[in-house]
Design a protein around this ligand. Structure first.
Ligand code: A2P
Length: 281
C-alpha cells in the first residue's frame, strides 16, 4: 500500500457538534527546535489535525509551521493541553498556549492529566468551560482520565468532555475507561497508538500486513480507525508520516479487527494516571 497525499481522512462529530479529523499527527517528544520542520512536513503530507501540549514545549514550533503553511485556518484542527502545574491558573496557561500557537481560537483544549493528588482538576474544568463559553476554544476535553476521575468531573461539570485522550494501543486498550467514556458521549482518542513501536511485531499484525501489502503500522492504525478511536500517531520521518496517513484508506473486517483486539495484555508504557503527578507535564 503506497502513501497517497490525496487520502481522505474520516471526520468524527464530537458531542458538541464540532467535527474532528479521526487521524491526526501528534508531536509528543518532538524536540522544540525540530518541531516547525516536522509539522511542516506533516501538513505537506496531508495531515490537518495536529496534537500538541504546553508540556511538550513545542507549541511555538507548531504555531510557526501553521503560519508558514498558508493553509486556511478553518481547514486545520489544533489540540493543546493544560500543563499539570498550571491547573490552578488555567486561563493564564491557555493564553500562553494560544500566543505560542499564534491562534485566536484553539479547536480542542484538554486537561493533560488528572493529578488526583492535587485535587484541582474540577477547578481547572470550570475555567475551561468558561474558555469555551467565551469562544476561545471550540471544544474541551480531558486526557488520562480513569473511570473515577470521569465520575468526579461529571458530577460537577456543566459541559461533558468532548474527548478523553488516553494511552491506547493493541496491547493496552483500557476497555473499561474507553467504554465509560463512550457511554457518556466522550470520544476516545488514542495516544501512543503504535505502542511506541512495540505492538508492530505481533503475529496478528504482521499477518494482516502481508495480506494487505501494508505495513504493520498501517494495520494498527486501521484497527484504531475501525474501532472508532481518534488516533494521533507521530513520526519524525516524512515517509512514515505519509505511510501512517494512508492507513485511512484501509478497512479491516470485523474478524480482522477482533484478531488485533485479542492482543490486549495490559502493557502500559506511559505513566499510570492514578498516581502521575509530574509538574513539568
Ligand atoms: P519515527 O519517528 O522514527 O518514525 P507512538 O505513536 O505509539 O508513540 O509511536 C511512535 C514511534 O513509532 C516513534 O518512535 C516512531 O518513530 C515510530 N513510528 C511511527 N510511525 C511508524 C511506522 N509507520 N512504522 C514504524 N515505526 C513508526
Amino acid at each position: 500500500m503506497s502513501a497517497s497525499p490525496n487520502v481522505t481522512v474520516p471526520e468524527l462529530t464530537l458531542n458538541n457538534g464540532v467535527s474532528i479529523p479521526q487521524l491526526g499527527f501528534g508531536v509528543f517528544q518532538v524536540p522544540p527546535g525540530e518541531t516547525q520542520k516536522v509539522v511542516e512536513d506533516a501538513l505537506e503530507a496531508g495531515y490537518r489535525h495536529i496534537d500538541t501540549a504546553a508540556a511538550y514545549r513545542n507549541e511555538a514550533g507548531v504555531g510557526a509551521a501553521i503560519a508558514a503553511s498558508g493553509i486556511p485556518r478553518e481547514d486545520l484542527f489544533i489540540t493543546t493541553k493544560l500543563r499539570n502545574g498550571e491547573q490552578a491558573t488555567a486561563a493564564e496557561a491557555f493564553e500562553n498556549s494560544r500566543k505560542a500557537l499564534r491562534l485566536d481560537v484553539v479547536d480542542l483544549y484538554l486537561i493533560h492529566w488528572p493529578v488526583p493528588s492535587a485535587g484541582l482538576y474540577v477547578d481547572a474544568w470550570k475555567a475551561m468551560e468558561k474558555l469555551q463559553a467565551e469562544g476561545a476554544v471550540r471544544a474541551i476535553g480531558v486526557s488520562n482520565f480513569l473511570e473515577d476521575h470521569l465520575e468526579t468531573l461529571l458530577a460537577d461539570a456543566s459541559v461533558v468532555p468532548a474527548v478523553n485522550q488516553i494511552e491506547l494501543h493493541p496491547t493496552l486498550q483500557q476497555e473499561a475507561v474507553a467504554a465509560k467514556s463512550r457511554t457518556h458521549g466522550i470520544a476516545v482518542e488514542a495516544y501512543s497508538p503504535l505502542g511506541q513501536g512495540a505492538d508492530l511485531s505481533a503475529d496478528a499484525v504482521t499477518e494482516l500486513a502481508a495480506k494487505y501489502d501494508a505495513t504493520p503500522a498501517q494495520i494498527v492504525l486501521a484497527w484504531h480507525l475501525g474501532t472508532g478511536n481518534i488516533v494521533i500517531p507521530k513520526s519524525a520521518d516524512s515517509g512514515r508520516m505519509r505511510q501512517n496517513l494512508a492507513a485511512a484508506a484501509l478497512t479491516l473486517t470485523s474478524d480482522e479487527l477482533a484478531s488485533i483486539t485479542a492482543l490486549e495484555s495490559g502493557n502500559r508504557i506511559g505513566a499510570d494516571p492514578a498516581t502521575a503527578a509530574f509538574t513539568q507535564m
